[in-house]
Design a protein around this ligand. Sequence first.
Ligand code: PEP
Ligand code: MG
Length: 945
Amino acid sequence: MANKWVYMFSEGNMTMRNLLGGKGANLAEMTSIGLPVPQGFTITTEACTQYYEDGRKINDEIMAQAMEGVKKMEEINGKKFGDLQNPLLVSVRSGARASMPGMMDTILNLGLNDDVVAAMIKGNPDPAFERFVYDSYRRFIQMFSDVVMEVGKKYFEQLIDEMKEKKGVKFDVDLTAADLKELAEQFKAEYKKQLGKDFPSDPVEQLKLAIEAVFRSWDNPRANVYRRDNDIPYSWGTAVNVMPMVFGNLNNESGTGVAFTRDPATGENKLMGEFLINAQGEDVVAGVRTPMPIAQMEKEFPEAYAEFIKVCETLENHYHDMQDMEFTVENKKLYMLQCRNGKRTAPAALKIACDLVDEGHKTPEEAVAMIDPRNLDTLLHPQFDAAALKAATPLGKGLGASPGAACGKVVFTADDAVEWAARGEKVVLVRLETSPEDITGMKAAQGILTVRGGMTSHAAVVARGMGECCVSGCGDINMDEENKKFTLAGKEFHEGDFISIDGTTGNIYDGQIATVDAKIAGEFGRIMAWADEFRRLKVRTNADTPADAKKARELGAEGIGLCRTEHMFFEEDRIAAFREMICSDTVEEREAALEKILPYQQNDFKQLYEALEGCPVTIRFLDPPLHEFVPTTEDEIKKLADAKHKSVEEIKAIINSLHEFNPMMGHRGCRLAVTYPEIAKMQTKAVIRAALEVQKAHADWNVKPEIMIPLVCEVKELKYVKQIVVETADAEIAAAGAKLEYEVGTMIEIPRAALTADEIAKEADFFCFGTNDLTQMTFGFSRDDAGKFLNAYYDTKIFENDPFAKLDQTGVGKLMEMSLKLGKPVNPSLHVGICGEHGGDPSSVEFCHKIGLDYVSCSPFRVPVARLAAAQAAIAEKAAKANCDCKKSVVDDETKEKLKEAAEKAQVLAKDLADASAEVAKAGLAGLKAGIEEAKRAYNENKKN
Ligand code: PEP
Ligand code: MG
């Protein structure tokens, strides 16, 4: 049988979203529940995939089925496509599985040409009708040219403006039939001028080109970016909906509107929307005329309004969610053109979900499942004032690396950021890229903007950790750090100029945009409490300071999964001692320098344990290459030389010797502990002494340090470092005359570690996946530089996502699963988590749930996101299981039924067979008897003769 590419609205329903797209499935559903929907058809998403497979062409089979659809539509609507008596005009609209508002294309009034226009006018001599026909015609030419043929809108808009000026009118509606007729002619001439051919007059050709244009729009740049931002796979494709036109621009008894059943900004349960009289859909959004609030529709069209209110109720009761609807009134009669679950802000999402539970529409599980975890992030950071943002135009765009809004004066160095902030100035730190030394400046700034670096660049990771707004990797910036200036989109920025950045969208704005403080609404806690009930995965945090740890606890973290201890060395008073350690010639010298750092580290760890109140704390030993710590300015080098009683040249020679060609694969991680065991000893002492102190003060807490060794690739490496840790720790515990349990585990962040996880598990109490490095080393992409070429990978569809932001489940994920499979049997008490940036990404969290990790660990502000994502993963798993059990039992019943049927048939057959055999036997017997009789007769005969 041929593929079915086309479904009439009457053939579908809302469960067919994958095939019919959201719009198509909902139009079908509205049809099935008796709402007034102009009856058309949907060309499936599979046809879109086929279009791409066929080299961006609609094949004959699809087109033939579409024309069958047109025929049925003609029958239902009593009009004919391209007819001169009673012509049918159609709209052609996109509609993907997940709604992508405004991302793809729509064409209205299709089917018009000079002859159809003339015939329509002839059939209705009313001058207002003539005006409507020409208005529709010029709209169609404009839209078709723009969307289908990619002739810019601007040419047509310019012609409209010129016409309005010539006629001395302000609005399109003030143009007369004659004006619009002239405009339609001008539009066609413009089309010919731009494309060198006539505007297509054959409605079937128009339709084919329009369908192709909608399929093509699935791959337009804005749709691609939207999909990437919203985790929508390219493979889904879009459906196309072809519907008979209803005309909101027919006359003053007509109009068009969009509405939400609840306020999408606040979630308040009241109808929100806008309506325009004598207009078509795009006028409402285009802002050509100011629409009226929906409530005013009641005065203008009381009957249609009353019906619309009923439709809203029906739809909410049917979908159990807030609906976003498009509708048209033609000659006072209401038609529904679209409904979908409405997009909403994060506060609105929480309020609506809670209200729906209270109103009996949803269970708490369903409420938790309906919130997009990515939205929660925005609740926790200062935000731009919505109205101010709407009025602003971005100058450029980088990566939305850490959400929130920041507005301040441009500064170019971390020192300036600190200094200016100390004077009470709000600043945005703009850097080519950041380094660990910029941390104090980053903290002092409202936000960070970098020219280089991806989602896991230093700036991005640190900013997210601090909950600070950051836009990274804006390659369009032309930076002149030396002269403290940069240019972006032709505008030159100097120190002290105002700039605003949006860490969610990555947009960069000139000047000041007002911000408002984030509020956590009451519903937030309610949803989170439900989420915690449903999830299995624990959620920890990546925190390096007590302040971060406290914040994360407030946000629900159940432990620290990663404390990057190197971040503790950068404070001014510590870095000097650390530099002394690096520039030491002997072990003794090194130990003496480390001895100075020990009390600082011990105090840091103590504060972390206190902030965590007995929850688990994982402390990762020193990880980055040492050259990151060495002084860079002459002044600092001189200071260090004096402290070490060495010459400046000697210090410079040491610094030079630390240079590495590929530091990310160089002298870092556990390699530092192998070469300088003193560092691991010092860190162990600090960890254990702090734990002993806190345990003594809080006997009721379970203080059990987890020491984590980074960048292990070979079990002997771990064994070697572990021995240092264990000897040092046991000596400390013994010296204190106390008892203290502790664990030594490892990060799994090198593919070889994953491949030999069974070996490593023998020595490790726990594994924690460092998926930043694991991604870097699995792909062979530098985590700091991949941003430079990833865009080309998106454009060529080699990648759909940044693997540093969204876990690559196919490759990196396979290594993770392999580690678990190899490690757990060897060490059943092994606990396993993840602490790479993916630990706060919802789809990655879901994967971690699926493969059976014990916890995810993420930056403090992503903790609520991870809690919700973990709950959703558990809810989805439960639903899938229920579905599977249910299917299983259906299969069993079905099988039983079939078996019963087969048994009955077999019985009948057996009986038939028995009967048949009996018949045969009877016949045989009769034959035998007859034979004997015959033989007897022949014998007697014989005897007689
Ligand atoms: C990692 O590699 O995933 C990790 C958490 O360690 P870092 O980012 O500090 O290298
Ligand atoms: Mg790492």
